[in-house]
Design a binder for this molecule. Structure first.
Ligand code: CDP
Length: 228
C-alpha cells in the first residue's frame, strides 16, 4: 500500500488557555523548533477591537459592531515564522494591540457572535497560508482553537496556571491588564467560551518552568514527526 510522502505532513497544533497562561511563549518555541507557522488569535481580536474603537463603535451596540465589520477587510502578512493580521491593509502595531483601552474592551467585543463569525473562516484559512509558505505545520493559540477552529487538530493543549502567578507574569511584562476579569468574561460567554477541549492535554504551568512546559508540549510532536 502507498503511504503519503513525508512532505505532505502538515501538523496542526492548538494551544488554548486563559490570559498569561504561557500560550505565546510556548507557541513561539514550537514554531522555532518545528518550523511551524505561529498564529496568535488573541491579536486578531485585539486588532478588530482597536479598529472598532477607532471607528467609535461600542461593544454595547452589537448591531453597530456587525455593520462596521462589513467594512473591514482582513488580510495576513507573514513575517518570519509568524502571520499577522491586517485590517483594511493596515498592520496594527503591537503597542496599539496591547493598549489599556484594548485590554479593557477586547473580551466584550470577543463575546459578540458576529465578531467571532468574522474571524472563523479567516483563522481556518491560516493553514493554507502555512502550507503555501512552506511551513511544516501550524501552531495556533487562543481560547477556542481546540473546540471551534480546529477541533480535529493533530495536537490540542490547554495551559493553565494559578491566577496569582498569571497576574505576576503580566505585571512583570509591565502591562496594565485585568486578566481575572477577562478570564471571567471569556469563560462565561455563550459563544465559544474558554474551556479545556474534551480530549485535550491539560497542563498546569504554575510550578513548571517555561522549558518544562515546552518540553511537555514538544515531546509528542517530536515523536509523531520521527515516526512519519
Ligand atoms: O495575551 P493574553 O492571553 O492576555 O490575551 P490574548 O490571547 O491576546 O487574547 C485577548 C482576548 O481576545 C481574550 O481575553 C479573549 O477575550 C479574546 N480571544 C478570544 O475570544 N478567542 C481567541 N481564540 C483568542 C482571544
Amino acid at each position: 500500500m502507498l503511504t503519503a510522502p513525508r512532505s505532505s505532513l502538515f501538523l496542526i497544533v492548538a494551544i488554548d488557555g486563559g490570559a498569561a497562561a504561557g500560550k505565546s511563549t510556548t507557541a513561539r518555541a514550537l514554531s522555532a523548533r518545528f518550523h511551524f507557522l505561529h498564529i496568535d488569535t488573541g491579536s486578531h481580536y485585539r486588532a478588530l477591537t482597536a479598529e472598532l474603537l477607532r471607528l467609535g463603535v461600542a461593544a454595547s451596540d452589537p448591531a453597530a459592531v456587525e455593520r462596521a465589520l462589513t467594512g473591514l477587510a482582513l488580510g495576513s502578512e507573514v513575517e518570519g515564522r509568524r502571520a499577522a493580521i491586517t485590517v483594511n491593509g493596515r498592520l496594527v502595531p503591537d503597542a496599539e494591540l496591547r493598549a489599556p483601552a484594548v485590554n479593557a474592551a477586547v473580551s466584550h467585543f470577543a463575546a459578540i457572535p458576529a465578531v467571532r463569525a468574522a474571524l472563523l473562516a479567516y483563522q481556518r484559512d491560516q493553514a493554507r497560508i502555512g502550507r503555501e509558505n512552506g511551513f511544516a505545520g501550524l501552531v495556533m493559540e487562543g481560547r477556542d482553537i481546540g473546540t471551534v477552529i480546529f477541533p480535529s487538530a493533530d495536537f490540542r493543549f490547554f495551559l493553565h496556571a494559578d491566577p496569582e502567578e498569571r497576574a505576576r507574569r503580566r505585571a512583570a511584562e509591565g502591562q496594565q491588564d485585568s486578566i481575572a476579569e477577562r478570564d471571567r468574561l471569556d469563560s462565561s460567554r455563550k459563544t465559544a467560551p474558554l474551556v479545556c477541549p474534551s480530549g485535550a492535554t491539560d497542563i498546569d504551568s504554575t510550578f513548571l518552568s517555561l522549558d518544562e512546559v515546552v518540553e511537555r508540549v514538544s515531546a509528542p510532536i517530536a515523536a509523531r514527526l520521527a515516526a512519519a
